[in-house]
Write a protein that binds this ligand. Structure first.
Ligand SMILES: Nc1ncnc2c1ncn2[C@@H]1O[C@H](COP(=O)(O)OP(=O)(O)OP(=O)(O)O)[C@@H](O)[C@H]1O
Length: 378
């Protein structure tokens, strides 16, 4: 089993960091510091070493520091499944002849997109913004689940984005009074193909994660969950051939044209799938559990998922746990440290109170973050 692990992190003009370097050989990296010191910014920087807009879903302009020219960079030396590599991403300094877009490099060679980072580094995060996950919109849960899938299949986010683009093209074409039927057929063929690819991977992941949650059961200090995707396509693909499901969806799309044209959007498909979560100890929907129960449930989900990724891919994902520890009572905190040590993943944790990490044990390194500076604690 290989753990994805960062041994050196360099931040340049990233939020409140002008230039910062952190080197570590630890399995558990703890960032402590006052509110606003830059702890979450550091985790966010790491999250840019995966596809998407990072753990705050920020725009590329947002993350550049306020004083520079809009360029920024995050680089990490990584020990992963493919050995040592240097991953880098960011916005290059502006040039008259170049458009502003995010650059990604592996060992200083440009790569097309952050998808390529997935061969070296897989990661999953938990942030305070996810505290309302079970109460909020289905889109948030779908995004959360897609990130779990992405840690298993690094092509997944590319397919999800392509499906969104394809649906947008179809919706735009349906706005035209007499759309070109051949063009519409072609877009719907592409939409159905992408939808099936996305739903198949989601369905398999949900099934395996549900089994992992059951297997962990009472052995974990964190409450178990029953999870299910509510999309018909994800369920159908577990028992029917993909071609049959794809044909069925194409028929739904073709027959649904007038309805979708009137609605201005596509009313059926995996872009609407929700993740249903039941708080297993009390057999109730997760949204009805208490705040603390929901938090513990999310931690249990992420730990089970990390174990699943390790078993399926042979790579233990990196975990970014922002302000998770402070909210746990001492016994759960000790249980979390113990489970993390067993998992063998590299974990980056943050907290304002160093005392919360007193029992973290060996294999941890604590850094103090202060006004965009990171120093190892003496
Ligand atoms: N683009 C930017 N340029 C410069 N500073 C920024 C930028 N974006 C955010 N900041 C600053 O970063 C700081 C917030 O950092 P961060 O969210 O990492 O804090 P934190 O240590 O996690 O704090 P808390 O414990 O309150 O969560 C704020 O002071 C904010 O003003």
């Amino acid at each position: 089993m290989t753990a994805s692990r960062i041994t050196r992190l360099t931040l340049t003009h990233f939020r409140n960091y002008r230039a910062a370097v952190l080197t570590t050989s630890a399995e558990r990296v703890v960032l402590v510091g006052a509110n606003g010191a830059g702890k979450t910014n550091c985790l966010e920087a790491i999250s840019f070493l995966s596809p998407g807009r990072g753990l705050r879903r920020a725009t590329l302009d947002d993350v550049a520091d306020n004083e520079g020219d809009g360029s920024w960079a995050v680089a990490a030396e990584v020990e992963g499944a493919l050995g040592l590599a240097t991953l880098g991403t960011g916005i290059d300094p502006p040039r008259a002849d170049a458009a502003t877009s995010r650059r990604c490099r592996i060992d200083r060679e440009p790569v097309g997109s952050a998808t390529a980072f997935g061969d070296h580094l897989r990661m999953v995060w938990l942030t305070p913004a996810m505290d309302g996950l079970f109460m909020g919109a289905a889109s948030e849960r779908r995004r959360f689940f897609d990130r779990l899938v992405l840690a298993i299949d690094s092509q997944h986010s590319g397919r999800v984005s392509a499906l969104d683009r394809s649906l947008r093209s179809r919706n735009r074409l349906l706005e035209v009074r007499y759309p070109d039927a051949h063009w519409l057929d072609a877009i719907e063929r592409e939409t159905a193909e992408l939808a099936v690819a996305v739903a198949a991977m989601r369905g398999q992941t949900a099934m395996r994660l549900a089994a992992m949650l059951d297997a962990r059961g009472a052995a974990s200090a964190f409450p178990s969950a029953k999870i299910m995707l509510d999309g018909w396509m994800e369920s159908a693909l577990l028992t029917e051939p993909a071609t049959a499901v794809e044909d069925r969806y194409r028929t739904i799309l073709r027959e649904g044209r007038p309805r979708d044209a009137a609605a201005g959007r596509t009313l059926d498909g995996p872009h609407l799938t929700d993740l249903e979560v039941v708080y297993a100890p009390k057999a109730m929907p997760a949204r009805d559990a208490s705040t603390g129960e929901q938090k513990a449930l999310l931690i249990g989900l992420v730990l089970a998922h990390a174990q699943l990724v390790s078993e399926m891919t042979g790579i233990t994902p990196l975990l970014l746990l922002d302000e998770v520890v402070a909210h746990l009572d001492p016994s759960r905190r000790a249980a979390l440290f113990e489970e993390l040590a067993k998992l063998g993943a590299q974990v980056w944790m943050t907290g304002a109170d160093p005392a919360a990490f007193a029992e973290i044990g060996s294999g941890a390194e604590i850094f103090t973050v202060e006004s965009g500076r990171i120093r190892p604690q003496q």
